[in-house]
Design a protein around this ligand. Structure first.
Ligand code: NI
Length: 268
């Protein structure tokens, strides 16, 4: 496991930009041109399955070792997902949102494909230093991918991309030249980016102390056991945080908004 938070995020970022080429271009669009970068990462998101070998707690161990603590719990009933978020005592470090698919709530054929994937992983794979950005640990056919896609966009995405940051998030609060999430969205649309409009371009708002938007995922070539397919990979998110009544900046997430953000990797 990593012994340094920045080394972990550097590994995650290098892996993420390989299949998310938009990310660097978006930095150029939003960032301050004059000097030190004002692009601050609010959080990343990781996905997994609620199986003993790879559940949230297994992924979280990488973060707990680095001084992170579990904070919020979330439930996404329709998508059959549970999630937790983790914060570092040093609030300048990015937060981490980890979700897991409740496999037993899926149809049997979906369960069988997922078990077939996870059974191919060595028991201790989850402990390797780079596990959180190690991609897939299995062979899956394009037909199985399509079967998963019919029942869970999330499961299908996991079968193709595995363990890696599903998105990074620009903290709008830290941008010097862009004042609001509305302005971020306008800049992205002017540059030709497609935003996730599920639940509206902006999810949440000042009333829940967090406003979020995201691009629709880039497309990249995923390798299956029989062929390659060009499918949605990862996306970029934008978050504007507001103060709680106590005067402290809200650090949590909003389930209703996160529910829509998941759809940024939808293939259909
Ligand atoms: Ni997010």
């Amino acid at each position: 496991m990593h012994t340094n938070v920045d080394a972990l995020f550097s590994g995650l970022w290098q892996d993420y930009v390989k299949i998310t080429p938009s990310a660097d271009k978006i930095h150029d669009l939003l960032g301050d041109k004059s000097g030190q970068s004002d692009i601050v990462n609010d959080h990343i998101a990781l996905r997994t399955f609620n199986l003993p070998k790879v559940g949230i707690d297994k992924l979280a161990q990488h973060l707990l070792n680095l001084g992170y603590e579990a904070k919020g719990d979330y439930d996404f009933e329709a998508k059959k997902l549970s999630a937790k978020h983790f914060e570092h005592s040093d609030l300048t470090k990015p937060k981490v949102f980890i979700s897991e698919l409740r496999v037993e709530e899926m149809p049997e054929k979906v369960q069988n494909i997922i078990h077939k994937m996870i059974d191919q992983m060595p028991e201790d794979a989850v402990n390797q230093t780079d596990f959180l950005y190690s991609g897939t640990h299995w062979q899956v056919s394009s037909q199985d991918y399509k079967t998963l896609l019919e029942h869970s966009e999330y499961a299908a995405w996991m079968s193709a991309w595995g363990y890696r940051a599903n998105h990074f998030t620009v903290s709008v609060n830290h941008l010097k030249n862009v004042k609001s999430l509305e302005e971020v969205n306008q800049i992205l649309k002017n540059a030709g980016y497609k935003l996730n409009t599920s639940g509206g371009e902006i999810k949440g708002g000042k009333d829940v102390c967090l406003a979020q938007s995201s691009t629709m995922a880039d497309h990249a070539v995923a390798k299956f056991s029989d062929t390659e397919l060009t499918i949605p990979s990862c996306f970029y998110e934008f978050a504007e945080r507001f103060n709680l009544p106590s005067g402290e900046l809200y650090q949590g997430f909003v389930a209703a908004s996160a529910d829509k953000i998941f759809e940024s990797t939808n293939a259909k």
